[in-house]
Design a protein around this ligand. Structure first.
Ligand code: ATP
Length: 510
């Protein structure tokens, strides 16, 4: 498969500028690059979601033109999205055949075909299980199988490891090796350079819309790869400093969030965060983190007591909590973080419409908001042609930088940060960490939820593990390894050096 001279322009931006990549059949080919470098645009072109302004795609030596994903699928190209698109209340078989009924129907023949595919690629799929009962790694394998079922020979994976614990990453990489052993080709985008080096046969670096180089993992270190991406040397990260004080900024007692399925989504969780402290919460996705965060932001009914400083804010709504100094970096930036159709400067106001510099007296201060948006764009290196473009036109990582910049602008007392660096490149990640550390040193209390275990371990002063809505362990971020943390998260705590969560967070699982 080859991409030759691919060029794609958007107003004010050349997203892809003469991209040239050759991908050998039966290999894993990684695409890396900074936020906004043009990776997603390129994949959308390859998958028929966007048309290039110039350039050609070749599959098996023949030039192809895709007007839609259906045409790309016909040519044997499949996309495994980062956000799973599975119906929870259906079985694996039902999910796989949905929309592809004409291939093998929806009954026994389809089920047999699924088992055949699963076996030939070692996916270990159980066709009759309900998707809601599957873990994250298994769901991802169902997504992969869905694509294979439709006849894909070239699989595109968009940041496939972002939601996986280390053990699941190993399993996925095992699956990818099996796929390529069977002659399939995998193209994947990732910001995790160590993983790229571990699994890819070749790596293409994209910088500012154009291909810089294709290298083999044996030829580069992850630092050199990062430097190829940014085109200059990286700054050396700062050492961690301890800034934790004894003043409690946020205290949560016996917080419980009911769920529709009987057992509470958050079940009697208690913790304190001090001024100058980052409390990390580790957990496999779907163990109550999202509900915990939404309850803390007043977006979801809960029982228990939440105190900000000395004041009980349990009954406050979201607006009151924000105004009192709780910043919020939401997990789903499209649903809760941004108005995608609105320009950047209006997004700067979002959630802070009654605070300076966005208001002057009772009125919205356009000039104030605009000037501050320019500042955030410069300070957080948001790559954009200007502050009047719609948020939708920014790359994912740049949208995230804008949200982090906005939330930090109001000098919050407490920051609820859900996956603050998800989808951002290594350079931007280091910059966001630096901003968080600096604010922490100045007294900010942070609740950090993340699926990136290196981030949790590197940033947290205190690190707790959430499982089925309960805090089940406290681990020492200074000594725990990602593998041990991963085990604690999945409940396999035997080999993890965890202490039962004592003190302010009673261990209710024992
Ligand atoms: N629909 C669009 N309209 C306008 N500009 C766009 C659109 N889609 C992408 N762009 C611009 O094209 C450039 C490349 O974006 P792209 O999403 O391909 O980057 P990326 O490498 O995938 O970044 P990230 O790592 O942040 O996801 C960016 O400057 C982005 O703002």
């Amino acid at each position: 498969m080859a991409l030759r001279g691919i060029t794609k322009r958007f107003p004010g931006v050349v997203a892809n500028d003469d991209i040239n990549i050759e991908v050998q059949r039966g290999t894993v080919h990684a695409i890396v690059g900074e936020n906004g470098a043009g990776k997603s645009t390129l994949m959308k072109i390859l998958y028929g979601m966007q048309r290039p302004d110039a350039g050609t795609i070749e599959v098996d030596g023949a030039t192809v033109h895709f007007g839609s994903p259906q045409q790309a699928i016909k040519a044997g190209i499949g996309m495994v999205h980062q956000h799973f698109m599975l119906a929870d209340n259906l079985t694996v078989t039902e999910n796989v055949v949905l929309g592809a009924e004409r291939l093998c129907g929806i009954g026994a023949r389809a089920r047999r075909r699924i088992l055949e595919i699963s076996e030939s690629y070692g996916l270990g799929i159980q066709p009759d299980r309900l998707v809601e009962d599957l873990g994250v790694g298994d769901r991802q394998r169902v997504e992969i199988l869905k694509v294979l079922y439709r006849g894909a020979k070239i699989l595109i994976l968009d940041e496939p490891t972002a939601v996986l614990v280390p053990q699941e990453v190993d399993e996925l990489f095992g699956n990818l090796r099996d796929l390529k052993a069977e002659g399939l080709t995998v193209i994947f985008i990732s910001h995790k350079l160590d993983e790229v080096l571990a699994v890819a046969d070749e790596i293409t670096v994209v910088r500012r819309g154009t291909t810089v180089r294709t290298v083999k993992p044996s030829e580069v270190t992850s630092r050199q790869l990062a430097e190829l991406m940014v085109g200059s040397e990286l700054p050396v990260p700062q050492l961690r400093t301890d800034a934790v004080t004894d003043k409690v900024e946020l205290s949560v007692t016996d917080l419980t969030v009911p769920s529709e399925h009987g057992r509470p989504a958050v079940d009697g969780v208690s913790f304190e965060i001090h001024r100058g402290e980052i409390l990390g919460i580790a957990g496999v996705e779907g163990n109550g983190q999202a509900e915990l965060v939404e309850a803390l932001m007043g977006m979801r009914p809960s029982t228990g007591v939440v105190r900000l400083g000395h004041g009980d804010i349990s009954d406050w709504d979201t607006r009151q909590r924000r105004t009192a100094g709780i910043g919020y970096i939401p997990e789903d930036r499209h649903r809760h973080g941004l108005l995608l159709e609105s320009p950047l400067w209006e997004n700067r106001i979002l959630g802070h419409q009654n605070q300076k510099p966005n208001i002057s007296g009772p009125w919205i201060d356009r000039a104030g908001a605009r000037a501050d948006t320019e500042r955030i764009v410069a300070e957080y290196d948001v790559r954009t042609p200007g502050i009047d473009v719609a948020a939708a036109s920014l790359s994912g990582g740049n949208q995230q930088k804008l949200i982090v910049g906005r939330e930090m602008s109001h000098q919050p007392r407490v920051l609820i940060a859900s996956h603050p660096t998800r989808g951002v490149d290594v350079g931007a990640q280091a910059a966001i960490w630096e901003h968080l550390r600096r604010a922490r040193t100045a007294g900010l209390a942070v609740l950090l939820i993340s699926a990136d275990l290196d981030e949790l371990i590197g940033m947290s002063d205190t690190l707790r593990v959430i499982l089925r809505g309960r805090i089940v362990a406290t681990v020492d971020p200074a000594t725990v390894t990602p593998e041990e943390l991963g085990s604690a998260m999945t409940g396999a705590t035997d080999d993890a050096p965890t202490e039962p969560a004592g003190g302010d967070s009673a261990d209710r699982s024992s």
